[in-house]
Write a protein of this length. Structure first.
Length: 353
């Protein structure tokens, strides 16, 4: 099994360097049977259709949860018992939805207006005593926003209701927040509209895309924008023994757990260029979709640095590039959009940031 949040170990190989250990990604998808006066539950139909799809290296497990307290705790109890997943997607039906809703939050409260399938109707109270008021989904928003930016049938929601869907979501998020060994599993609740509003063929396509998106590694990296006294910027070439050999990049690397971009870049520049630098403000951010991963590059201003302070420890060559020379080297794909923009608009002024 591959754990999405810890597979990106070492240096960013793309921009800057990192390495990924590829393996099977484990994804749990849950749904519900019919409840209340509804004739069926579309989430149950989606589960059946997902079983017919080949997801390659993504291992799909499905569970039909009962619409009651037991069902709301089922996923949380699986985690507590030691089962591990890389991604958990809870699917549920909402009669009020006109779009597929990605739920940002789960709330620690009951406000049931109708009984569940066991006859229980909790009109008030907390789901878990001595717990926070709400949990936010722990997914990375950037990949989903990128993937579904132009999708008119999807919206982010901050109100999952206060029925079994919310109870399930809160129990799952609460459990992974308490157990550090499960903190890397990504959890999202998705509310589905009726088939009469959005055809099930469209819904299954969107859910399939969502699964692939959430199962794809996402890494945040930092790059240093280093100037010389002539307002040229530093580019470094990757050595032959590394992946993407002879491609050029901004020096930097992967943001490690609990690091800020500034701390991460300061560490990386020490490792790569033997520089003691305190980066200032973020100049720009670039999201890029590689075939096997998503990358978010955060570029920070490092100011003017004399060349004799720089010692190449991981690259085999460096160049100072003026605006006119920016495209003279072969930039890594994630870095290139930034450079192309500066080639047209000009290199930022180091004193502006």
């Amino acid at each position: 099994m591959m754990n999405i949040a810890i597979i990106c170990m070492g240096k960013h190989q793309l921009s800057p360097t990192y390495a990924i250990i590829m393996d099977v990604t484990s994804v749990l998808i849950t749904g519900y049977p019919k409840f209340s006066n509804f004739e069926y539950n579309i989430s149950e139909k989606i589960l059946l259709l997902l079983k017919e799809i080949d997801f390659g290296k993504i291992k799909i497990s499905t569970e039909l949860l009962s619409v009651d307290e037991f069902g709301s705790k089922f996923t949380a109890n699986k985690i507590k018992s030691g089962e591990t997943f890389d991604v958990i997607i809870h699917l549920g039906f909402s009669s009020k939805s006109t779009k597929i809703r990605f739920e940002k939050y789960a709330y620690n409260e009951y406000k049931m207006t109708k009984p569940d399938n066991s006859g229980r109707c909790m009109s008030n109270g907390k789901i878990i005593d001595n717990q926070k008021r709400r949990h936010q989904t722990n997914i990375d928003f950037s990949p989903l926003n990128y993937e579904f930016e132009k999708e008119s049938h999807i919206e982010w929601s901050e109100d999952p209701g206060r029925y079994i869907c919310n109870e399930t979501y809160f129990n799952t998020l609460s459990t992974i927040s308490e157990k550090s060994r499960n903190s890397d599993v990504k959890v999202l609740f998705v509310h589905l509209p009726s088939e009469s509003i959005l055809d099930i063929s469209k819904q299954i396509k969107i859910i399939t895309r969502l699964i692939k998106c959430m199962a794809k590694p996402f890494v945040e990296v930092v790059g240093g924008l280093i100037f010389d006294g002539k307002n040229r910027i530093l580019s470094c070439r990757r050595p032959k023994e590394k992946s993407w050999a002879s491609w050029w990049e901004f020096p930097g690397g992967k943001i490690e757990f609990r690091e800020t971009p500034q701390i991460a870049l300061s560490r990386e520049l020490k490792e790569e260029l033997s520089l003691n630098v305190t980066p200032s403000k973020i100049i720009t951010e670039q999201f890029f979709n590689y075939e096997d991963k998503y990358v978010k590059l955060i570029l920070l201003n490092c100011g003017i640095i004399e060349e004799d302070r720089i010692k190449l420890l991981e690259h085999d060559e460096m160049k100072w590039l003026s605006k006119e020379e920016l495209l003279d080297v072969n930039w890594l794909p994630a870095d290139l959009p930034i450079v192309e923009k500066w080639f047209i608009e000009g290199i930022p002024n180091p004193h502006q940031y």
